[in-house]
Structures are given as C-alpha cells and as structure tokens.
Ligand binder design. Structure first.
Ligand code: G6P
Length: 615
C-alpha cells in the first residue's frame, strides 16, 4: 500500500540534510509495496512547490531526480501503489493545484472524487492525472481563494471528502507547516527537536525520532518544526495529545536488514526472540485474564482476520474446540456480511491483525460492534485502529515486521492465541491445573524449540527449494491443527515464490484434488505430534505415493511416517497444540529459498502490500 513521510524543520537543526532524512524514510516505506514514488518541498523563499516524481523503484528515481538532494525545509514524500489510475509518472504523488502552490500526498481512496473533479473542472481547474487524490490540492486551492486561510481551507476540504484518507499537504502560503488529516488509513506524528515528522508508518522516522503520536480517525491539524496542533474534525476542538505521546521501543536495528540479504530471512530467524518478548508481554499483562472473562460471558464467539492472520484465527478456533470444547466461528474478514444476521448483543468477536489497520478486519469489527458484540483485538502495533476500536486490546511483541509476507507475526499470534485458549479451557474446567500448566510450560519453551529448528533443516530446506523452484504447483496437506499451518505454508509459497500452491484437509484428496497428481507432483504434509492424526496421514501419504507424487513431510523427529516420506524436514517434538510454533518455520524457509532460487525478491512480492487499507 502507499506510504507517506513528511518532515518540517528549522534550518540547521536536523542531524542530516532534511531531504536525506525524508529519502531514508522513503526507503523504509518500500516494504509496503509500491510502483511509483515522489517528493515535494517548499521553503520560505519558494513561490512554487517543487515536485519530483515518477514510476519505478526509489533507488532508480533517486538516480534520475536526486530526491535526497532537493532543497527546502518542509518536505513530503510518497510511495504509490496504484488504485485509481495506472502506475505511470503523472499519477505518482505528490499532486499539485493549478498554481503549483500546494502539494498533497495521500493514502486511501476518495470515493466522491468524480463529483468533486467534475465540479472543480467546471470552475476552471485543470487536472493532469487520473487519480482520486488530485481533487485535494484543487479543492484546497479553490477554498483558499475564498478564505485566504490555508488551514481553514484544508479543513473545509477534508470535510467534503468521502472515503478513506491519510493526507499530508504542504503549501507556499505557510511553508513551515505540514497539514494532515486521517480517516481509516494510518498516520503518525514523530516528534523531534527542532523538527517534526508525519508518516504512515513508524519505521519511516524511527531513525530520527522515537516519540510518536498515533493519529485517530477524523483528526486534522498541522505540524511545525517545534509544535503539533491536532483537532477533532467532528467536534471542532483542539485535542490535548500530550498523554498520547508514546516512546517507541522498537530499535532501528529491528527495522533494518542488519546484514541479512532480505528482511524476510531476518524476520524468520528472529522468531525465538519475538516469541520470548510476546511471552513476557502475556505474563506481565492482565489483558489475557480480562479476555478470558469476556470469553466466559459471551454467547457466541467469532474470530476474524485476513491473510496470514486468518490462519492464526482458524488455528485458535480449532484449539478452542479441541482443548475447551467451545465453538468459535472463524471467518475471513471481508466476508463479514454473511455473519451479521446472526450477531447480537452478548456475542464476542476476536479480531486478529498484525498491523491493526487492515480495512477488511476493521469493517468487520465495526459491523459486529454496531450489533452489540464485544470485540477483543490481537495486534502487533500499539494504538493502531483495530485495538483502539476494540473493547480490549491484546498485543504480540514481534517488533516491526518489514517483509510483506508475515512470518514472525504469525507464530507470535499463534502463541498468544494458544495461551488464551489454554486459559479459557482451564477456566471452564476442560483442562486441569496441571494439564494447563503442562501446555503453558511448553509454550514458555517455544523460543528454545523454535531456535532448534534451523540447524536441523537449513541444508535440507535449501536443497528441497532448488527442486521446488522448477515445479509449477504443489499441495500442502494436513489435518486438525496442522491444517492452518499447511494453509500458511501454501500461502507463503504462492505469494513470494509465485509457485501455485493449494492447501486442504488431507482427507479431501480422494474427493477431487488427487486428479491433478502425477509423477513428481510435490505433496507437502504437515504432521502434528498426534498418534491419531499421524495414522490418518499415513494413509494420505500412501495415496500420494501411489500416484508417484513426491512426498515431503514437516514432521516431528522419530515419526512413524519416516519410511514413507521422500523428504523429511524434522522438527522438535512438542505438544500437538504447538504445531504452528514448531512446524511453520520450515515452510517459511522453503518459500523463502524457493523465491530466491527463482530470482524473486521475497521482501517485495508483486501485486501485494503489507497493510491493505482498501476494501
Ligand atoms: C496483507 C499482507 C498479508 C497479511 C494481511 C493481513 O494482505 O500482505 O501478509 O497477512 O494483509 O494483515 P494484518 O495486518 O491484518 O494481519
């Protein structure tokens, strides 16, 4: 998705050249996915805003335009991921008004842009792009013509917009300010000394500022180099944000590659630490106890999410069924409307989202709240929209995840949800104290267990990936709690290595999918530590072998399937409930190595974005 970074500073007060600080921020936004980028700047002497932009990678555009050398002390920049209008130079942000006195960067979608564009065109405004965003500078230009006050013109313009937006605007009229507005798309202020940032993402300014204010929907305002002003558009009153200033604990190393070839491999290997930090968070936070109370008082329980987070949600529902005998309805967030008819007061929704900003999950949450349901959020980003709009927020502590494909956030979500399920099962008497403590003890040892996997499988995973990189399709099969893990493995291979992969319950093979299997077809089995499932899976492995498929197993050391499998990726033995913790890393690694072997950049998968803020 698109990214925004803006900086305004007192000349001479910044640690680096202002345009270089913005450029570095822009590079840190790359991971969100983009097709074009641009920069706009003003200074006290400017009579026009300077805009440099185009289609392509940031490094190429830097070579062409010198983003990092642009003059000025108030600068906004953007990475664009095309929604309205093709990814061509003219559609890249920033966009300007007719007089080139205003420049705007925008994330989100302005739904009423057609009407606005028609109206503004009829008043003589000339549009040069196909984007929805371009209406904003023209609208502000129009309103400024009447009011002669740029902030009030900006506010008035924002009031007219429908849809979702994070906007940053600069103007020659007040060249030391960046005006901003937020609705349904993240925007954060980063505070410095003699300079301030506004950005769509914390890592964009983390190198220079660790004090942040996460903006809320309907907040508008501006930053100057020494202050920030925020007001609530609906109430037209200034907001006292001093108690909302947060110190960001993530280090800049967390948000840098630190010598690794890609963020994805770094984040795969960071899992033991991410799990350890998440465990500390769980044990030191009484949110989990409060969550159990909410669960105990709920009529029906639902769990929703998108993408990888949905696999964690599905795992949670299977765990609640098996450990606690409780029914939890899992659904994909964008399918929320199918469930709304049955939701009523007393129901509970758990919304799982690493970013806390996925619009599909946010819309589902709002729909459930409107019908009286309580909501618990599980997110990796403090103060993001989903936790903020929930009755109770729980957090994973995976640190920033930069690779577009989720890795460490999935295993930390699984850990937090397993903890919640065990606590609930104990509270309803389905687990005894010693059984619950047994599983919790294993969850506590998950950082160690996960750290043991890499040495066991690294070479094998690499060799297997060489072979997989020449295949065009694969099945990922499992049963029970292994199924969401198989789904996650298939998604990873598909999204970063562009090899078609499908996951389904292993017992379904005979009902259709096996028709595709012929000699050399890859069938990856996720084998939980469970005698019953292991026996069932043995039959499925044999079924595949009988069709000359190549059978690959992610299975505990000493599995009885060993003789049957063509290829084994061994994992440590642990309680079956820990399957996503013990079995996911090999699948992430296979996807990573396969992507690399096929010559693709695993951090920037085509057509995908890290945080999807459009429905
Ligand atoms: C995007 C990302 C996925 C992610 C999904 C949900 O599609 O590319 O990797 O799993 O959004 O994101 P969330 O932040 O809500 O977990």
């Amino acid at each position: 998705m698109c990214g925004i970074i803006g900086l305004t500073c007192i000349p001479g007060s910044t640690p680096d050249r202002p345009s270089l600080m913005v450029y570095r921020g822009l590079l840190r936004l790359e991971y969100r996915g983009y097709d074009s980028a641009g920069v706009a700047s003003v200074s006290a002497e400017s009579s026009r805003v300077v805009v440099l932009k185009g289609r392509g990678r940031i490094a190429e555009l830097e070579g062409k335009y010198g983003f990092s050398k642009v003059d000025g002390f108030t600068i906004v920049a953007h990475t664009r991921w095309a929604t309205h209008g093709a990814p061509i130079d003219v559609n890249a942000h920033p966009h300007t008004d007719c007089g080139t006195k205003i420049a705007v960067v925008h994330n989100g979608i302005i739904q009423n842009y057609r009407e606005l564009r028609r109206e503004l065109t009829s008043r003589g405004h000339i549009f040069v792009s196909e984007t929805d965003t371009e209406v904003v500078p023209h609208l502000v230009e129009e309103l400024y013509g009447k009011r002669r006050d740029i902030y009030s013109a900006f506010k008035k313009a924002v009031e007219v917009l429908e849809g979702s937006y994070a906007i940053a605007l600069i103007s020659v009229v007040e060249p030391d300010k960046i005006f901003f507005a937020r609705k349904d798309s993240p925007l954060i202020i980063g505070l410095g000394n003699g300079f301030n940032f506004v950005a769509s993402d914390i890592p964009a300014f983390l190198e220079y500022s660790r004090r942040a204010v996460v903006l809320r929907d309907y907040e508008v305002g501006y930053i100057t180099p020494v202050s920030a002003f925020i007001e609530d558009l609906r109430e037209s009153r200034p907001v006292d944000y001093t108690h909302r200033v947060r110190f960001i604990e993530w280090s800049i190393e967390d948000a840098s590659k630190g010598g690794y070839a890609h963020f994805m491999i770094k984040e795969i290997l960071e899992q033991p630490r991410a799990l350890k930090n998440t465990l500390q968070g769980i044990e030191g936070d009484d949110g989990f106890r409060k969550a159990v109370d909410l669960l105990l008082n709920a009529n029906r329980i639902y769990v929703t999410a998108a993408g990888t987070s949905y696999h964690a949600a599905l795992y949670y529902s299977l765990l609640m069924q098996r450990l606690a005998g409780a029914q939890v309805v899992p659904f994909i967030a964008s399918e929320h409307y199918s469930y709304e008819g049955v939701v009523s007061e007393g129901d509970l929704l758990i919304a799982v989202s690493q970013s806390g900003e996925t619009i599909d999950s946010l819309v589902a949450l709002r729909a459930f709240r409107e019908r009286g349901a309580k909501v618990i959020a599980l997110s990796n980003v403090i103060d993001s929209a989903i936790p903020r709009e929930s009755h109770l927020a729980l957090y994973t502590r995976a640190g920033p995840e930069i690779g577009v494909a989720a890795t460490k956030t999935f295993t930390t979500q699984a850990l937090a949800l397993a903890w919640l399920a065990v606590s609930y099962a104990l509270a309803v008497g389905r687990l005894t104290v010693s059984e619950a403590e047994g599983i919790r003890g294993e969850l506590r040892s998950s950082p160690r267990l996960v750290s043991e996997i890499m040495p066991l499988i690294e070479d094998r995973a690499r060799r297997l990936s060489e072979w997989l990189s020449a295949r065009s399709s694969a099945y990922y099969l499992s049963r029970g709690v292994g199924l969401p893990v198989a789904m996650e493995g298939a998604l990873k291979l598909k999204e970063i290595a562009y090899v078609h992969a499908e996951a389904y319950p292993a017992g379904e093979s005979k009902h259709g999918p096996i028709a595709l299997v012929s000699s050399g077809f890859p069938a990856v089995f996720v084998v939980p530590v469970d005698n019953y499932l292991e026996k069932l899976l043995l039959g499925n492995v044999q079924e595949m072998k009988a069709r000359s498929a190549v059978t690959i197993g992610v299975a505990p050391l000493g599995t009885s399937l060993e003789d049957q499998l063509d290829y084994l990726l061994p994992v440590p033995r642990a309680h079956w409930a820990l399957t996503p913790l013990t079995h996911t890393l090999p699948l992430q690694l296979i996807a990573y190595y396969t992507a690399v072997a096929r010559g693709f950049d695993p951090d920037k998968p085509r057509n995908l974005a890290k945080t999807v803020t459009v429905e």
